[in-house]
Design a protein around this ligand. Structure first.
Ligand SMILES: [Mn+2]
Length: 331
């Protein structure tokens, strides 16, 4: 999908030439730079800030990373923890602030703390971003923000060190579901190949970041899989998780994320739906499908006032999940 970088002779052209040029100029002109990762940080936002930190550090600048939630301990063997809580930083001292990925998940809360002289750059690949910075690269055609940053580095001829390559591959692997989601374009594979050539340890990243599971996660998945039902009429595979089950397993809402992806692997199904209770009488519906199944789950989400895209959508309804003889009912 992303065809933004066209190599013609020695000149690298990009759809974001202006933004990439300006961002690099501002980085070089700034003494203090803040990188902002989103709340409940995932591998894309983490890989983005770590890769940018590595580059900015190499220029001899002062660079800090802010995030409202802690750095995941399982990633400590990939990189030390450089995360700070925003409230522990003097936010006024930075010349430049770069927020990466899901910029509306956390960054909008602190955005007003920055003054007019502080430059804000937003790098994101989510649709429907309403906040604006001074420099914006917001493009849902990118698989990940790490792919945007790769283009930024390539455009500015910045050396991809082993660490930078590792962090960018971490984000790309996370957001493409380890090259399984439909956003895995030829360009993504080309970039991944270059990152691996530059020393990114593919299998190490996968085992550290994506193959380890908490026992609480497995228990919760077990509950969801045990209860899964298939509706042969519409090809839906559905399961539910109550708040009590999450508490019993010691699991969190993050542990639910992959359940629908795994349910989708059941042959003959068109899409998966997971209903989960989230406290305050809210039930969250998470819908997933796969490219080859030809379903559009955003249409189902829209019926319940939700949204998203064709292969991944969600909605929220009020109520409580009650098991009946035929299935479940929301009351
Ligand atoms: Mn992302």
């Amino acid at each position: 999908m992303c065809k933004s970088v066209i190599i013609s002779g020695s000149e690298i052209m990009s759809k974001y030439s202006k933004e990439f040029h300006t961002l690099n100029y501002v980085i070089n002109e700034s003494d203090n730079i803040l990188l902002f990762a989103h709340s409940r940080p995932d591998s894309d936002t983490i890989g983005s800030v770590l890769a940018l930190r590595e580059y900015i550090k190499s220029l001899g600048k002062n660079v800090d990373i802010a995030c409202s939630d802690p750095y995941p301990t399982y990633l400590e063997s990939l990189s030390p923890n450089y995360f700070n809580f925003p409230q522990n930083l003097d936010l006024k001292k930075y010349n430049l602030v770069i927020a990466t990925d899901s910029v509306e998940r956390g960054f909008q809360k602190v955005k007003n703390n920055f003054g007019e002289k502080q430059i804000i750059a937003l790098l994101d690949h989510h649709p429907d971003i309403t906040i604006k910075g001074d420099i914006n690269v917001i493009d849902p055609n990118y698989s990940s923000v790490c792919e945007i940053i790769y283009d930024f580095f390539e455009f500015n001829k910045i050396k991809l060190t082993r660490n930078i390559s590792t962090f960018l591959l971490l984000g790309i692997l996370g957001d493409t579901g380890m090259f399984q989601h439909s956003n895995t374009t030829a360009r993504v594979m080309e970039i991944a190949s270059i990152l691996i050539k530059n020393g990114a340890p593919l299998s190490k990243i996968i085992s550290i970041a994506f193959s380890n599971r908490n026992i609480s996660t497995l228990k919760l998945w077990g509950r969801a899989f045990e209860k899964a039902k298939i509706n042969p009429e519409n090809g839906m595979i559905v399961s539910v998780l109550t708040q009590k089950e999450m508490e019993d397993c010691g699991a969190t809402a993050d542990d639910i994320a992959q359940v629908s992806g795994i349910l989708n692997t059941v042959p003959g199904t068109k899409f998966a739906l997971i209903l989960s209770e989230r406290g305050d009488g809210i039930i969250k519906g998470s819908l997933r499908s796969e490219e080859y199944k030809g379903a559009d789950v955003s249409k189902i989400a829209a019926q319940f006032g939700g949204g998203g895209h064709r292969l991944a959508s969600g909605f929220e309804i009020k109520g409580k999940i009650v098991e009946t003889t035929e299935g479940w009912q929301v009351i």
